[in-house]
Design a protein around this ligand. Structure first.
Ligand code: HEC
Ligand code: HEC
Length: 372
């Protein structure tokens, strides 16, 4: 039950950094990279909006969602903080990192981090931050080494993100820092314990920005309980906000609200009835373990699947078009199709007049659900 939201799970870390204004520190910079290790502001906005929704609509909160599992949280919670919080076990040296870098990174970033073609540079730019066109690299600009670990782990190699082991990320981070002359010794082992020894050249070029950075916080301390006098009222429906599959339910107070649609239970009796109806389909369609395409495609797993997706079946143009437009077979869409195939999908190859009886349609759809 999601009755309250644990604020410690919200992405609201310590104050972001702003580059120091000219003359006040080592470097000038434009604040394009103030939130290096955090989700995009858009993603955070959405997250905050969702959290706010949950917090402000207690009547809904009881029926919405389920707590995230530890595995789901672990998969999401991969940020590494400036103080090294979040770093895993393991380690690697620049010497370990060099061959991995040459194999998996140099094709884009260049053997010396100078950047091939127009791919990003990872080195250089020292002393250019006050220039008209500053070259901002890990060495010249980034305030924290933790961001290097986080970025490589999260996003690199480009196109094959998160394929590196933790040891490889340590080794690559060490090697990138070595290429930037931030680590001198090629046998220095970067680990959770030694991370604190790294000093980034431009760390002093930033100031902490203490302004609250979300709308909710900008309005003051958010209210976390008993936030309204009198009875709780529904002021906005999830369906209108477009965040939730729609099913109506009635609260204890007799109000009708939208709740997330639970997966309907399988109705074995109805499916049994559907088995008889399926005789009408059997001339063209097969189901079950040995099912093959006949006049019509095999129908295993068709419920919940994209239309026109059975391999090697030659669908009509009409079906291919519907598939390209994103048609998914569920109880509703398949019901429409089965009621009058050629009215619902002009040009379909399924020469079948249709099932006019709604109960027959529901039954045969229930029957199809059991074939994976
Ligand atoms: C196919 C090309 C490609 C490969 C291979 C690749 N990268 Fe990148 N890398 C990119 C691109 C593109 C960006 C910029 C991404 C963006 O800004 O969204 C980037 C950005 C980076 C950055 C941030 C640079 C900055 O200043 O913003 C680092 C660090 C980095 N890559 C490290 C690596 C490492 C380490 C590897 C090898 C494991 C690697 N990359 C492999 C294309 C590549
Ligand atoms: C005369 C042969 C025939 C009969 C009878 C028939 N179908 Fe079909 N069915 C087809 C053909 C052919 C297609 C492919 C349609 C296309 O490509 O436009 C099809 C397509 C379908 C699809 C879409 C499959 C996909 O992969 O997207 C479903 C679902 C389906 N039929 C269910 C049924 C059911 C249920 C019945 C019985 C109530 C039935 N059909 C009766 C020939 C038939």
């Amino acid at each position: 039950m999601l009755k309250s939201v644990d604020l410690s799970l919200l992405p609201l870390p310590a104050a972001p950094l702003l580059p120091l204004p000219p003359g006040e520190g080592r470097g000038e910079g434009i604040a394009t990279r103030t939130t290096l290790t955090r989700p995009s502001s858009k993603a955070r906005g959405l997250f905050t909006a969702l959290a706010t929704l949950l917090l402000t609509t207690p009547a809904l909160a009881n029926d919405l969602g389920r707590p995230a599992t530890p595995a789901e949280i672990a998969a999401w919670d991969i940020d590494i903080r400036p103080d090294g919080q979040g770093l895993p076990e393991g380690g690697g040296t620049p010497a370990d990192g060099e061959p991995i870098y040459n194999d998996r990174c140099a094709s884009c970033h260049g053997v010396f981090g100078e950047g091939e073609g127009r791919w990003p540079v990872l080195t250089g730019g020292d002393g250019t931050l006050q220039d008209d066109r500053p070259v901002k690299t890990i060495g010249s600009y980034w305030p924290y080494a933790s961001t290097v670990w986080d970025y490589i782990h999260r996003a690199m190699p480009f196109g094959d993100a998160q394929s590196l082991s933790d040891d490889e990320v340590y080794a690559l981070t060490a090697y990138v820092l070595y290429m930037n002359d931030i680590i001198d010794d090629e046998d220095f082992e970067l680990t959770r314990e030694t991370f604190g020894e790294i000093e980034m050249p431009n760390e002093g070029g930033f100031i902490a920005d203490e302004r609250p950075d979300t709308m909710t916080l900008a309005k003051g301390e958010p209210c976390m309980s008993d936030c309204t006098d009198g009875p709780v009222k529904i002021t906005m429906r999830a369906a209108v906000l477009d965040v939730t599959p729609q099913t109506e339910a009635t609260t204890d107070e007799g109000e009708t609200v939208m709740v997330a649609a639970a997966a309907p239970a399988f109705d074995a009796g109805l499916a049994e009835k559907g088995k008889k109806v399926f005789k009408k389909c059997g001339a063209c369609h097969q189901v079950g373990e040995k099912a093959k395409n006949r006049t019509g495609p095999l129908l295993n797993g068709v419920i919940g699947k994209e239309a026109g997706a059975v391999e090697k079946f030659r669908y009509s143009k009409a079906m291919k078009k519907a598939a390209a437009e994103g048609l998914i077979w569920n109880a509703e869409t398949l019901g429409w199709y089965l009621e009058a195939p050629r009215t619902y999908m002009k040009g379909t190859k399924m020469s079948f007049k249709g099932l006019s009886d709604e109960d027959d349609r529901a039954a045969v759809i229930e029957y199809l659900k059991q074939f994976e």
